[in-house]
Every structure is written in C-alpha cells, then in structure tokens.
Design a protein around this ligand. Structure first.
Ligand SMILES: Cc1cc2nc3c(=O)[nH]c(=O)nc-3n(C[C@H](O)[C@H](O)[C@H](O)COP(=O)(O)O)c2cc1C
Length: 205
C-alpha cells in the first residue's frame, strides 16, 4: 500500500462526527487497508521511550469489527501494523452487540461497516513509569484516534469517537483475556455518511 496523500485543510473541513447520519455504503478492501495503514504509519513519532527503535506497535494497537467490507468476512479482527494484515478473532456480524454496548443510543450501528477499537494494556508501563505510563498511553490513544479520523475523512468517510461503550463486552469479543491484560480504550465507528442539513457560512468572506 502506498501512503495516502491528501489536502489537510479540505479533509479537516469535511470532518465531523456523523452520529445518526451514518449510512451503510460500499467499503472496498483497499479503502480499509489504506485507512489502517495510514493511521498507523502517520502515528509514528520520535520519543524517549522507543529509543532508536521506531516500532511502537506494542503500546497502542488497532482492533476492528467489520461488516460488509468487500472480500473480507464479517467479524472481529486484530490489525497487525508490522505485517499490514488482519487476524480474525471472532467471525460474524457484531453490529447488534456493539449497539447493546452503547450507554446512550445516539448511533445506529446497522449503518456502520467499520468499528475500530484502540487497544492498550491495563498495566501499561505502570511499574517502570507510574502515572506517566498511564498518561502516555492515553495520549497515544488520542493521537491514533486523530489519525484515524483524518484518514477516514480523506477516504470520503467519517468517524465518531465514543467513550460511552461497554469496554468489558468488547474485550470479551476480542478475547483479550491473555497475560498482557489488554483492554479497549476508545471506540470509533467509521463509515459513509449523509451530509447534515445545516447551513454553513465562511469566516473568510
Ligand atoms: C475522546 C472523545 C470521546 C467521545 N465520546 C463520545 C461519547 O461517548 N458519546 C458521544 O456521543 N460522542 C462522543 N464523542 C464525540 C464528540 O461528541 C464529538 O466529537 C464532538 O461533539 C465534536 O464534534 P465533531 O467531532 O463533529 O467535531 C467523543 C469525542 C472524543 C474526542
């Protein structure tokens, strides 16, 4: 996959959280591949934790529930950014489960083909770094969310970040019961959308 190239200003102008305005449209395998690759590739940054090793895939990673994506079986997946591949964890259409997991019914998951979870570790760097470890993980999850939202918009879709979701249910869905104590930090449904019936004016008339 080649990296996406897009105009930041126009992508930012198109970006908004669609809420009830998601509409189920066709998502191709290459669109999904570009989304996942662009978000993880653009995420990498210099810091004192990686040292010379730029590979920070272990601190935050991407999991996703997919529905009706071209040539990909519906199911829950882990995205491996080093090999740029998806590993299936649980096949099936999980949209209803995601709907039940919402604390407020502000979205209709039936209209959403991609629901990404940014995942971290419960005890991330706590022993070595204490609260700093926790803050780093929160910051990196936020950075990855930002990259996902921009990449979605660049691909003609949009995402709606959500913290009001059932974390334990998602962790079970992705079978995160291993010794790494992974957990879902934030949920981002992504898909096509209808334009809001709003009037917009420019500040630069
Ligand atoms: C970290 C984060 C958590 C959010 N959690 C929720 C949520 O639980 N429920 C919700 O309806 N919106 C949630 N949102 C979406 C915001 O309501 C929305 O992004 C905000 O209204 C700004 O609108 P915009 O994304 O269209 O610019 C969240 C946004 C962020 C950045």
């Amino acid at each position: 996959m080649k990296r996406l190239s897009y105009d930041l200003a126009s992508v930012c102008r198109k970006r908004f959280s669609p809420e009830m305005d998601f509409v189920l449209g066709k998502v191709s395998q290459s669109q999904l591949a570009a989304l996942l690759q662009e978000a993880t590739a653009s995420f990498s940054y210099r810091n004192d934790l990686d040292g010379t090793n730029e590979n920070n895939e272990n601190r935050v990673s991407l999991y996703a529930c997919l529905y009706n994506v071209e040539d990909i079986q519906d199911g829950a997946y882990h995205y491996d950014s080093t090999t740029h591949s998806l590993r299936q964890i649980q096949p099936g259409d999980h949209r209803l489960l995601l709907q039940y997991g919402m604390s407020l019914d502000i979205m209709n998951f039936q209209q959403v083909p991609i629901c990404i979870h940014v995942v971290g570790e419960r005890d991330h760097s706590k022993t070595q770094l204490g609260y700093r470890g926790y803050r780093i993980q929160q910051m990196e999850a936020g950075m990855l969310v930002q990259k996902l939202l921009l990449a979605s918009s660049a691909l003609g879709m949009n995402g709606h970040p959500l913290l009001g979701f059932d974390v334990n249910m998602c962790d079970e869905l992705y079978k995160m019961d291993g010794p790494q104590r992974k957990t879902s930090l934030i949920q981002i449904p992504i898909g096509h959308y209808l334009n809001r019936p709003w009037l917009k004016g420019s500040l630069h008339s």
